[in-house]
Design a protein around this ligand. Structure first.
Ligand SMILES: N[C@@H](CCC(=O)N[C@@H](CS)C(=O)NCC(=O)O)C(=O)O
Length: 234
């Protein structure tokens, strides 16, 4: 059995099942990427709730796993060399879980790199831009009198939705017939934009019927429904 006690994070979030993948997260758009992936693959895991209202992400125990103080993060007791593997950054975690499970990421060839390309498009574009739009439209930034920052992120979010719309024309998923980690990374953010952020009208979401169609297919998946609620908020 792996010794997770060597990881300081175990002091604050003890593992009941140290042989399982340990997930430290909260059901935000970045957090649910990993819980959805774990639910989709069927890999055994143990979720731990990281609360922002008590600044858990700033605790020394959490920072020992992710010095960037952001969820999600994991410890896999059985990494590529059989030793425990600690990882943060949702994109890196999805690639590892895809390789470990042999699901939702091709092992090699063109399809692998194109899937990673669309994953990076989410990580570098959709996540940061939609996130900023949320700040300026829904959270503290909405009080700012100067609307130029908000408008910049509205325009950029709309442009990114247009890229997705074109890619999804005639395709069931971002990689065609294959549902992949690129979809698992992207659609929690699209859902959040029109749902929690209430920015659907602002970005003209009705102009993106293919994105709406794939979002509907995504949220209808049983593993997605489960993953969206994990870890349960206390
Ligand atoms: N690029 C990171 C972003 C993670 C991220 O932004 N997480 C947010 C929640 S969605 C967070 O933990 N925020 C807490 C903080 O910044 O203190 C990833 O994809 O894992």
């Amino acid at each position: 059995m792996s010794d997770l006690n060597a990881f300081p994070i175990s002091a604050r979030w003890p593992a009941q099942h140290p042989e399982r993948i340990q997930l430290y997260s909260l059901p935000t758009p970045n957090g649910v990427k990993v819980s959805i992936m774990l639910e989709e693959t069927g890999l055994a895991y143990e979720p731990h709730l990281v609360r922002f209202d008590t600044n858990d992400q700033l605790s020394p125990e959490f920072l020992s796993l992710n010095p960037n103080n952001k969820i999600p993060a994991i410890i896999d007791p059985h990494g590529p060399d059989g030793e425990p593997l600690a990882l943060f950054e949702s994109g890196a975690i999805l690639i590892w879980l895809g390789d470990k499970s042999g699901q939702f990421l091709a092992r090699d060839g063109r399809e692998r790199y194109e899937t990673i390309q669309w994953l990076m498009f989410q990580m570098g574009g959709i996540g940061p831009m939609f996130g900023q739009l949320g700040f300026f439209h829904k959270f503290a930034g909405k009080e700012y009198e100067d609307k130029r920052p908000r408008d910049r992120y509205v325009a950029e979010s709309r442009r990114l939705l247009g890229v997705l719309e074109k890619r999804l024309e005639g395709r069931a998923w971002l990689m065609g017939d294959h549902y992949t980690i690129a979809d698992i990374a992207t659609f929690p953010w699209v859902r959040n934009l029109v749902g929690f952020y209430e920015a659907g009208d602002l970005v003209g979401f009705k102009d993106f019927p293919n994105v709406q169609r794939v979002l509907d297919a995504f949220v209808a998946r049983p593993a997605v429904k489960r993953g969206l609620e994990i870890p349960a908020r206390a």
